[in-house]
Design a binder for this molecule. Structure first.
Ligand code: TYM
Length: 330
């Protein structure tokens, strides 16, 4: 069983698409059970923030619908996969509480994403974010979790919780495994050492799924490269061009060798133009489909409701087992 999630924060970008979503689509094969979740409760850690004053950013509902439409347009098949919104299945938050009662605090202190994101006034939600993520995975007894590299530490922590649950309460929950895509870490367009991110304040650093053809051409044209005129892959010395090459490979399905041969006698300008064309072709098709899906919002809401019913059936069964073994009166 494959389980994964994505937050409805900001716009979905090329990193999310190549690092996770395109892999989710590929994994939808006969014989596989796939569960994909829009993790709106996780997104609250970003949307409800405490700075010097409390800032409420309450467009979670429209962001959730927009992301749902993007995912369906990208190829998530809601008839084949279970596709739902996290807050529609209250068992996620319930299991998070149980996990929080067996989770040593120091396990959370070492999480790098928390260290990176925490501010002077951070919320408890941001701190316990990994517990909710572990609950998401454990609730369905997922075997594989297809995510980008930035989420690997969260999966490892989830395995620690599973081991603890199993040994404390004589359970036999499956230990989930991190499943990497061919592009586990897409980097910023202007800094080959920084990952492409929704929270980056400079929109020029990323390609959004909704970007127009013109925006894609402009962003790739302005993307950072070095002064070496030849095009070749060298992650250490040439992180920026290597990132563009990896993106080219993902969209063209060519081998790295074939790409290098093709551009041996061509310029970076030629390469960037062809890359832009490849990206725009795929993303613009998705954007077009997304627009159509959003035209019928009530149907979209219905799809998500149906998905949550299927998810809930599995979640309730697994939670009941855990609650029984923990010793609660069922
Ligand atoms: P989120 O919403 O930040 O990102 C969604 C997915 O996109 C991947 N990703 C990237 N991959 C490659 N290169 C990048 N630059 C890049 N940026 C993002 C992420 O690794 C992720 O797979 N915590 C998760 C959501 C979550 C979840 C879960 C995932 C909540 N519960 C349970 C799996 C299972 C997150 O923040 O995703």
């Amino acid at each position: 069983m494959y389980f994964s999630g994505i937050q409805p924060t900001g716009k979905m970008h090329l990193g999310n698409y190549l690092g996770a979503v395109r892999n989710w689509v590929k994994l939808q094969q006969p014989g596989n059970q796939n569960i994909y979740c829009i993790v709106d409760l996780h997104a609250l850690t970003d949307k409800l923030t405490i700075d010097h004053e409390i800032k409420f950013n309450l467009n979670t509902k429209s962001d959730t619908l927009s992301l749902a439409a993007t995912l369906i347009a990208s190829g998530i098949n809601y008839k084949q996969s279970i596709f739902f919104v996290q807050s529609h299945v209250p068992e996620h938050a319930e299991l998070q509480w149980i996990l929080s009662c067996i989770a040593p605090q120091n396990w959370l202190n070492k999480m790098t994403q928390y260290k990176d994101k925490k501010k002077e006034y951070s919320t408890l939600g941001l701190y316990t974010y990994p517990l909710l993520m572990a609950a998401d995975i454990i609730l369905y007894q997922a075997q594989y979790v297809p995510v980008g590299l930035d989420q690997k530490q969260h999966i490892e922590l989830t395995r620690d919780y599973v081991q603890r649950l199993n040994s404390l309460f004589k359970l036999n929950i499956i230990e989930p495994q991190y499943l990497e895509s061919t592009c586990p870490k897409i980097m910023s367009l202007r800094d080959g050492n920084k990952k492409m991110s929704k929270s980056d304040t400079n929109d020029g650093n990323r390609i959004n799924i909704d970007d127009s053809k013109e925006e894609i051409f402009e962003k790739i044209k302005r993307s950072k490269t070095d002064s070496i005129p030849q095009i070749y892959f060298d992650q250490e010395q040439r992180p920026e061009i290597s990132n563009l090459l990896r993106i080219y490979q993902a969209f063209s399905n060519m081998s790295m060798e074939q790409i290098i041969n093709k551009y041996m006698t061509k310029t970076t300008v030629d390469f960037k133009r062809d890359l832009s064309e490849l990206i725009a072709n795929e993303l613009n098709t998705i954007a077009e489909k997304k627009k159509q899906i959003l035209e019928n919002q009530s149907e979209l809401e219905q799809i998500l409701k149906q998905g949550s019913l299927k998810a809930r059936e599995i979640a309730q069964q697994n939670l009941k087992l855990i609650k029984t073994n923990v010793g609660l009166l069922i």
